[in-house]
Design a protein around this ligand. Sequence first.
Ligand SMILES: Cc1ncc(COP(=O)(O)O)c(C=O)c1O
Length: 396
Amino acid sequence: MTTTTAAVPEIAQASRDEARFLLPVYAHTPVEPVSGRGVVVETRDGRSLLDFYGGHAVALLGYRHPRLVAALAGQAEELFFQSNSVPLAVRARAAERLVAFGPEGLTRAFLVNSGAEANENALRLAFRATGRGRIVAVEGAFHGRTAAAAAVTHKAVEKWYAFPRTPFDVTFVPRGDLAALEAALAVGDVAAMIVEPIQGQAGAYDLGADYLKAARELTRAAGALLIFDEVQCGMGRTGHPFAAQAYGVTPDLLTVAKGLAGGFPAGAVLVSEAAAGDLKVGDLGTTFGGGPLACALIETVIDTIETEGLMARVRTLSRLIRDTCRVGPVTAIQGEGFLLGLRTTRPARQIVDELLDHGILSGTSGDPNIVRLLPPLVLEEAHVHTLARALAEIHP
Ligand SMILES: Cc1ncc(COP(=O)(O)O)c(C=O)c1O
């Protein structure tokens, strides 16, 4: 969340203590969570909050999920860490589960630690496979803060990039504009198009099956690769394993992070055989990526999504949110599954603050009139009714 309301007295100390030693780069929401269970977090000052934001989509299975706690504790007891220079059964199992969960045709995984690192490596693979030097990205996109990931993040260079130059050429095309995409690809030097199938930070803008299918055809015809950034919209959040499957479009590379290990740092690039090309030892690498703790959690997260029927739950409850939450200040609802944007009559920041007064955590986005919802997949019907009631009580 990015609310900036002054901290209430009970949590002021934590905010002050952080401010003494940390760089002042984050605005604080005025709550200090101390524990959580399911979709509810308990705060230092004794409040129970319903979390419709999940720490930027990371708390995929909510808090203190018994299977995640057991997987983490069990793996920590056995082997806390070993690097990629030794084989690990838990890593092999995690990779197998992840590849099987991903779209057919992406047959390999490279395990990393974050969304930006996943995108950095996907871009590197695209340059390597094509020998070309330009990337096409979409206006409104957010892909991360490293030099390459930020270079394909819309407006990053103008706002916060800070590196003296970007490492390669980027053409941004307007969201949904196929003619602009075709023109950008026609230049002939494009290594890849990178796109969030549902733009998260922008405000839950769904690019839709038609656009993504056309992008697939256009990139293929231009000899460019297609990268889906599913860091925010992946891992069951659309009600399908990935948006790729939801829309029936298979990219050449797909990146995932955030909820991949349910809250433990983890990211991955899923790669087609063709995009993997003739990779050899030393071409990619990372110290922590594919560590045993992350891998035990990746395996368990995927197994839990499947065995607990969470994707069906997302589809049902997403429909319920659409049916019941267009009340109070909400005039429209966009996005897919559990990546939703509530369009509001008043600035989203006000609505986020007022929802917090009603005991509900939500988030803002790049669109000043969109409240973003990224609830854990274990959300229940009663929680949706609580949200709808709270919105109905908020002044339009
Ligand atoms: C779509 C998308 N890609 C990439 C990232 C960057 O991920 P990370 O912060 O783990 O580097 C984010 C983070 O918000 C994201 O939403």
